[in-house]
Structure formats: structure tokens, C-alpha cells
Design a protein around this ligand. Structure first.
Ligand code: AMP
Length: 194
């Protein structure tokens, strides 16, 4: 991997541990010589991860749709900022610029971004690693739900396994570096595979 895209909250969340882990991830990305790609804002955990990567001497690329460009929210110090026309263009650019994806704690935007890259991986549209930084057990319920989706026959075990989950940045980035893509049909019932 040469670059990692981070999805995370535009809020900081209620626990100080969230900002601490976002900072640790930003520093670790930079320490490994990886470029950070993210939403380009200076607010919330997004700003924390970018600040930490910059402080550790890393390169940081922001990608923002025109509609989200509010001067006070755009991070003023990142290495480069791409302003694009739409959210769709933005996500395509996140994908083009990044060799892997990490979700830190976040809200609806973070979940939507995470599940889109997981869906694309499941369909074989990319074979890049997708990681979940499950700090303070924030994502435990989500992981339990994914287990339910497997048990109920909607998700293959191999596809659930596409989401690499760890509670610490070093372990997560190591797992992502060693990731072997899985090639399994999305359909569980062979009769549906046309
Ligand atoms: P949320 O988890 O709902 O706070 O949304 C965070 C995710 O959505 C980030 O990974 C960003 O890509 C995007 N996002 C949300 N708000 C902003 C913002 N003000 N500026 C840039 N990106 C944002």
C-alpha cells in the first residue's frame, strides 16, 4: 500500500479515546510513509487524523464535493485538496487514489462510505483491503449484526471476512498490508447466479 483512505466522523464523539485513536492512526499512516486520503475537512475526527499525519511529516490529500466546501471547514494545511462536482465523483476519486480503506468511529457518512467500499470488494470491483478500527468497542454491535446477516443467509462468511477489524492502528495496518483478496461468488444460492 502507498496510500490509505480514512473514513471518520465530522464530529469528535463523546469519548476522549476516539480522538486519541484517530491521532494514533494518522501518525502511524505517516510513519509508514503512506499518504492519507480523506474528506478534506478540519472538523471532528477527520481533522484530528489529518493533523496527526501532517505533524508526523505525512502527505495528506483531501477530496471534497463543491457542495461541502465551506471555507471554515476545509483543512487549510493539507498537502493538496481536490474539489469535485458531486459525492459520486468524490467516492470514485477516494477509490482511485487509495490502496486501502479504514473506518474509524463515525456516523452515517462514515458508515455509508465503509459499506460502499465493502460492497465493491464483495462484487470484485476492487481487491483492496478494508479495515475497521474498532476502538472502545464502538463497532461491536455492527460486527454482531454482520454475524447475524451471515447466519440468516444474506452475507457469505468469506465476504464478512473482507472487513478486517482491530482495536489498534498498528495491528490493523499490518493486517491490511498482509491482506489476500478473496474471490468468491456473491450469490449463496447457486440457482440465483445468472
Ligand atoms: P459522518 O460520519 O456522518 O460525520 O460523516 C463523515 C464522513 O462523511 C467523512 O468520512 C467524510 O468523507 C464525509 N463528510 C461529512 N461531513 C463532511 C464535511 N463537513 N466535509 C467533508 N467531508 C464530510
Amino acid at each position: 500500500m502507498k496510500s490509505v483512505c480514512v473514513f471518520t466522523g465530522s464530529n469528535r464523539g463523546n469519548r476522549p479515546g476516539f480522538a486519541a485513536i484517530a491521532a494514533a492512526l494518522g501518525s502511524e499512516i505517516a510513519a509508514r510513509g503512506l499518504e492519507l486520503v480523506y474528506g478534506g475537512s478540519r472538523v471532528g475526527l477527520m481533522g484530528v487524523v489529518a493533523d496527526a499525519a501532517l505533524a508526523a511529516g505525512g502527505e495528506v490529500t483531501g477530496v471534497l464535493p463543491q457542495a461541502l466546501v465551506r471555507k471554515e471547514l476545509v483543512h487549510p494545511e493539507i498537502t493538496r485538496t481536490h474539489i469535485v462536482e458531486s459525492m459520486h465523483e468524490r467516492k470514485a476519486m477516494f477509490s482511485d487514489l487509495s490502496d486501502g480503506f479504514v473506518a474509524l468511529p463515525g456516523g452515517l457518512g462514515t458508515l455509508e462510505e465503509l459499506f460502499e467500499v465493502l460492497t465493491w470488494a464483495q462484487l470484485g470491483f476492487h481487491s483492496k483491503p478494508v479495515g475497521l478500527l474498532n476502538t472502545d468497542r464502538y463497532y461491536d454491535d455492527l460486527l454482531t449484526f454482520l454475524g447475524k446477516a451471515v447466519d440468516e443467509g444474506f452475507v457469505r462468511e468469506a465476504h464478512r471476512g473482507l472487513l478486517l477489524s482491530h482495536s489498534a492502528p498498528v495491528a490493523l495496518l499490518d493486517a491490511m498490508a498482509g491482506f489476500e483478496p478473496v474471490v468468491v461468488s456473491k450469490w449463496i444460492d447457486k440457482a440465483d447466479e445468472l
